[in-house]
Ligand binder design. Structure first.
Ligand code: FAD
Length: 477
């Protein structure tokens, strides 16, 4: 009877971190009927005038949308988003060229990070058995007993016990730090040499958007780049990604303006010289980290998701989307194993780890694609070829970007399929080259054999025979 009463008792779950993944995950857990306590280190962002932190807006795509749809939030969010159908490449000479993301009706959406977070927090609060504790920081946890210690804004420590602790506390996760103390926990982190800084392109004097609105604007300059995503207030949040060395070498206002005149001449008047100086020198470039680890769980007591488990560089626009998809995968496993955490947690690590690693690698790959490959002819030819083959064989030949951003094909499968596509293309290229060579040889052979005044005596004459004669023979045909 004791066992029965335990299984009938509502599972008590702590979600640590009320950011994009934590707030969404709390909705999923509450929807299952669990008792949920959500602990967030910061005060309630809905009460703050300014929220400090990472990117102001983000690109939401298929995986994130699906995760929002399952808790009934997709429409609320997307009606406040701006579709971006293509990249708009800004060349150094001021020329602009659009590069479609997929087919005409496929797009990603620019979403306000704060709005997204606020909507999800408000949604969690609607569930009956949910408590949100703002200004509560997770300090430590015990993975045997399920005890967790939180520190509130007064510096007081509170100890609580849970059936499950879910760490959604971001790239510098405290829950992950506790996991790292355990044996056989793999951890790998890499800071890239580039940092990022956010600038702003305001609406123009007529209060219109200063650039085409339905695009993700990119200024690729090989070693660095700038991007801009549209906002509902007609401004663009502009992010400069650049090696720290270059950030640090810009030490005066003159150097800054000269740098923009040389590298981003069309963006400078849109940013405004005075505003650019003000923004650039009032904040520091922030670092970008990529984190892989394994496993994501301990016993049946704790699991990490979102950036806590797999922070990635932001160049595929998948960090949040992947974190939101984590919630779907976990939820499906809870269904499959009837909320039995002892079965769900190991299964979650097993399924999600190869996918998270794959998207971390893809994001790193896109780091070079965005800032330099979009300038290469070969890249553009490959993109056109991919799109043509996608139109001909929509189920077989799906371009990599389309698979990642517009489908829920598992990330590691996207990589495998791309490798298969590369293999087919390389083999087709070799085959075509061989065919052309054979065709050419046959042509010369026939020219020698049937040409009026050209007798083929030895195979060498194929090569040594006069090219003039061959040309004459061809021209007669
Ligand atoms: P976070 O958003 O970091 O939230 C973690 C939360 O936990 C925070 O609220 C924090 O206060 C709280 N917390 C931390 N420690 C504790 C603690 N000890 N106790 C309690 N609470 C704690 N992703 C995309 O999909 N598309 C994009 O276009 C995109 N653009 C990006 C651009 C930039 C410049 C950057 C840096 C990232 C971008 N990302 C993008 C990635 C995205 O921001 C992250 O993947 C996403 O925010 C992860 O959400 P999270 O909830 O896991 O972590």
């Amino acid at each position: 009877p004791k066992r029965e009463s335990q299984s009938q008792r509502k599972k008590h779950v702590a979600v640590c971190g009320g950011g994009l993944v934590g707030a969404l995950n709390a909705c999923y857990m509450a929807k299952r009927g669990f008792k949920v306590d959500l602990y967030e280190m910061r005060p309630d962002i809905r009460t703050l005038e300014v929220v400090k932190g990472r990117s102001i807006n983000l690109a939401l795509s298929c995986r994130g949308r699906e995760a929002l749809r399952r808790v009934g939030l997709e429409d609320t969010i997307t009606k406040n988003g701006i579709p971006m159908h293509a990249r708009m490449i800004h060349d150094l000479n001021g020329k602009r060229r659009p590069l479609l993301y997929g087919n005409e009706d496929q797009y990603i959406m620019s979403i306000d990070r704060r709005l997204l977070n606020e909507v999800m927090l408000t949604e969690v609060e609607k569930f009956p058995d949910v408590n949100i504790h703002f200004s509560h920081k997770l300090v430590s946890c015990d993975f045997n007993s399920g005890e967790a210690i939180f520190e509130n804004e007064k510096g007081e420590c509170l100890t609580k016990q849970f059936d499950l602790i879910i760490g959604c506390d971001g790239a510098y996760s405290s829950v992950r730090k506790q996991l790292m103390k355990l044996s056989r926990f793999d951890y790998q982190q890499e800071y890239i040499p580039h940092g990022y800084m956010e600038l702003n392109i305001p609406p123009n004097k007529k209060n219109e958007s200063a650039m085409e609105i339905n695009y993700l604007h990119i200024w690729p300059r090989n070693d660095y780049m700038m991007i801009a995503l549209p906002n509902l207030d007609k401004s663009f949040t502009t992010t400069l990604f650049m090696p720290f060395e270059i950030f640090e070498s810009i030490t005066s206002e003159e150097k800054l303006i000269q740098f923009f005149k040389d590298e981003f001449p069309d963006a400078l008047p849109l940013l405004g010289e005075a505003e650019l100086k003000q923004s650039f020198f009032s904040c520091k470039a922030l670092p970008l980290v990529s984190i892989k680890c394994h496993p994501y769980h301990v016993n049946d007591k704790a699991v990490i998701m979102g950036d806590a488990a797999h922070a990635m560089v932001p160049f595929y626009g998948q960090g949040m989307n992947c974190g939101m998809e984590d919630c779907i995968v976990f939820d499906e496993l809870l269904d499959k194993y009837n909320n039995n955490f002892a079965k769900v947690l190991p299964a979650y690590t097993k399924i999600r780890n190869p996918d998270a690693k794959a998207i971390c690698d893809l994001a790193m790959y896109n780091y070079t694609e965005m800032r330099s490959k979009v300038n290469s002819r070969l890249f553009l030819v490959r993109k056109k070829l991919d799109n043509m083959l996608f139109k001909l064989f929509p189920n077989t030949w799906v371009p990599l970007y389309t698979m990642v951003s517009f489908t829920r094909i598992r990330y590691h499968e996207c990589v495998q399929r791309r490798e298969w596509q590369d293999k087919i293309l390389t083999r087709s290229l070799i085959l075509s080259a061989v065919c052309i060579l054979l065709g050419f040889t046959a042509l010369i052979y026939n020219a020698n054999k049937f040409g009026d005044h050209w007798n083929l005596e030895t195979p060498q004459s194929l090569l040594t025979g006069s090219f003039d004669k061959f040309q004459k023979w061809i021209s007669r045909w």
